[in-house]
Design a protein. Structure first.
Length: 103
């Protein structure tokens, strides 16, 4: 087990985890429910933490997360179902959960 990412927003950590899952990198989130409702920030000692289960994946995982974070600079995309705009890093609509590509 190795810690590869932490952030006060569990939504951001969830996006990082999704980036790893797309690469089939086994990972788990600790303190996932430490924060309250969506959007609330946790105290620093209870930030959600993203861990890879195999330490050998850590470097690849950090790189993937770094790229996912860099993609924040990309334009937002508009949900095909509810027309809400989501950040480029989000694979699913923040509002209704619709997949970015329509599925
Ligand atoms: Zn939507």
């Amino acid at each position: 087990m190795e810690l590869v990412y932490t952030h006060p927003s569990h939504l951001v950590v969830a996006q990082a985890r999704h980036a790893l899952e797309r690469l089939a990198i086994p990972c788990v989130v600790h303190n996932e429910y430490a924060a309250g409702a969506a959007g609330e920030l946790a105290p620093i000692d209870t930030w959600p933490e993203l861990w890879v289960t195999r330490s050998r994946d850590a470097e690849r995982a950090r790189l993937a997360i770094e790229r996912a974070q860099a993609a924040i600079e990309e334009a937002d995309w508009r949900c095909p179902r509810c027309a809400s705009e989501s950040p480029a890093t989000f694979e699913f609509c923040w509002h209704c959960g619709q997949g970015r590509s329509g599925g």
